[in-house]
Design a protein around this ligand. Sequence first.
Ligand SMILES: *Cc1c(COP(=O)(O)O)cnc(C)c1O
Length: 381
Amino acid sequence: MPRKLIQYSTQLIDNNDIKAVTSALKSPYLTQGPKVAEFESKVARYCGVNYSVAMNSGTSALHGACFAAGIKKGDEVITSPITFVASANCILYCGGTPVFADVDEDTALISAEQIKEKITPRTKAIIPVDYAGHPCDMDEIRRIAKKNDLFVIEDAAHSMGAAYNGKKVGSLADMTILSFHAVKHITTGEGGMVLTNNKDLYDNLIKFRTHGITRNVSGDGPWYYEMQDLGYNYRLTDIQCALGISQLKKLDTFIKIRRRIAAAYKAKLSDLKEISLPTERTNVRSSYHLYPVRLKSRRSIANKREIFQSLRSAGIGVNVHYIPVPLQPYYRNKFGYKTGDFPAAEAFYQSEISLPIHQKMTSDDISFVISAVKRMLKKYS
Ligand SMILES: *Cc1c(COP(=O)(O)O)cnc(C)c1O
């Protein structure tokens, strides 16, 4: 019998989650009811931030954050090449121009030095991405932003519950976005949120999520509302927020499990000559959305496809995060990016493989991954 594939990440839904969703389905509201505000305030409290706006995906949340930051045609926004395409696409949605700053070799996080080099008079914002769950160097990024009068939008799709200098991710930037996609720490199926401590940004985000409409105006009568901006329907349903509230109760446990798996990998794989393991800076507590290992020898990098395939055949759902965004055909064609433009990101991509790490893995799964990785890599030392 072939073993069931151990996915690189997956959701864990229990009976309490199912009960929460069932009761939302039986309530008078399927959407725009009380569960939305409850989920928003509970996430805000967890992340240590004053305001939060739930949206129907992390991508919508990024779009909203760029809109609230006032990104428009002619503006440049700096982000990382090692991320999911959404971190850069949100800039394009607003008519802005994404500018990529290469990453630091060891963490694959956007390099503060590279950000400085990419700043022009047109730069309006920075979108650092907490790749794999490890917060970026936010003190340094905030310092650069302050000096150059830029917004910071932290893409924390990977880093909910992570900490930087003892402070939870959520209040380290002007706006922080979360994703509740099924592979992320907690899920609402699809879903996202923008966190901020700024009331004006919050007001704009609330309007943006509902067509640019507000009811906080007086006019012809009690029915009156105004459409003040071109917004979207980016609302998250009560059904999904009920699931989110239930999932949030388990977030700390989920992160604990992810960190335990990372510790097991570190204990058992760190003396392998063929790979290097992800680093965790001393002032950071990663929430390990991913466990990205890097092949080290030229021989193993040249054989990455074969190593990847053999791990997959063994039932290990390895993945690769990410193909550098500027090297996607759309970005190459539109902006003329080419191989060689982002040496650190490209070297990272060529050597990276994500090992499974998620709350559903058993100790048997963990040992299975460890021994398969050891066995496969022996051939390439
Ligand atoms: C998942 C993800 C997003 C987008 O989130 P969705 O909820 O899937 O729209 C954005 N940025 C990063 C880095 C992600 O991993």
